[in-house]
Design a protein around this ligand. Structure first.
Ligand SMILES: O=C(O)CCC(=O)C(=O)O
Length: 287
């Protein structure tokens, strides 16, 4: 009798499995952790390359499944806003809920959506992950404390144009304490190749003072001044990192394939962030 009583209180194997399944499906963190993955610390050689050149490749930063999930989320934000409105161009999502079109009258080279985490809790979970910031901080300096500055989706359809030479600092009203106080993580969510619109960087250009406000190039053109990196082939989940002071551009999409990248820009927690850029850039060739 005693043993029967015991048996009636002990859950059967079937009940145990059901309990486990229910727990897995109802725990708030279920599936949630995958959007903020722990990342292995970068190799010292990669950090050294980044410090010397102002840019570096971060192969296989994200698991393919996460890259696919981010792509799906980002495209959903893009679809529900841009495509339903028949709009192509640049959109800033605001925390207040509104979406504002930037650069009225300007024909953009490709679709750019900024701050899309405002429309997707999963994207927010990813871009605000302390693991992601810590990984970037390891490139910028061990003790650096970073905060999220902006995120963007850069979507290049077949036929879309190049992005011209620029430094991200040119378009950002921020004053980091040093060239290591601003960096952009550029995540490939599709295959990237020279044909679909890969990025190219001017190595060591981060070391020369040149911002939206004031620019002194050591010679006449960016290509003439620096060694320009080859266009890297990337798989979904691969990334590159460049400082806000590193000149870069992206090639046009001459292929039949779409190219999607998600960028996450970080600034030094101590950087000054202003509301707007000055009316006219001080640097002639950026006008
Ligand atoms: O994705 C692109 O084609 C352009 C990216 C870019 O200009 C940037 O990351 O600042």
């Amino acid at each position: 009798m005693r043993s029967l009583e015991k048996a009636s209180h002990a859950p059967s194997l079937r009940e145990m499995l059901l309990l486990l399944l229910t727990a897995a499906l109802t725990t708030p963190s279920s599936g949630w952790e995958r959007w903020a993955p722990r990342l292995a610390p970068p190799a010292a050689s990669r950090v050294a390359q980044f410090r010397a050149d102002g840019h570096a490749a971060l192969p296989a930063l994200l698991q393919p499944a996460l890259a696919a999930g981010l792509l799906e989320e980002a495209l959903e934000v893009h679809r529900t806003f841009s495509y339903e409105k028949g709009y192509k161009g640049t959109v800033f999502f605001r925390a207040s809920g509104g979406a504002a079109q930037a650069e009225p009258g300007h024909v953009p080279p490709f679709d750019r959506l900024y701050n899309l985490e405002e429309r997707s809790p999963r994207l927010r979970r990813f871009v605000e992950s302390p693991h992601l910031a810590a990984h970037v901080a390891a490139f910028l300096g061990e003790r650096r404390s970073l905060r999220l500055y902006s995120t963007s989706l850069f979507l290049k359809e077949p036929g879309d144009s190049a992005a011209q030479w620029h430094k991200d600092i040119d378009a950002s009203p921020i004053v980091p304490a040093s060239p290591w106080g601003f960096a952009t993580l550029w995540l490939a969510l599709d295959e990237v190749s020279p044909e679909t619109g890969a990025l190219r960087f001017a190595s060591k250009s981060h070391a020369d003072h040149c911002t939206y406000f004031d620019c002194h190039l050591p010679c006449e053109t960016v290509d003439g001044c620096y060694n320009v990196s080859a266009a890297r082939r990337l798989r979904a989940g691969d990334a590159t990192l460049h400082t806000g002071h590193t000149f870069h551009f992206s090639l046009p999409n001459r292929s039949e394939k779409r190219r999607v990248a998600l960028t996450v820009a970080f600034v030094d927690a101590a950087a000054e962030v202003h509301g707007t850029l000055p009316e006219s850039p001080g640097c002639d060739f950026l006008k």
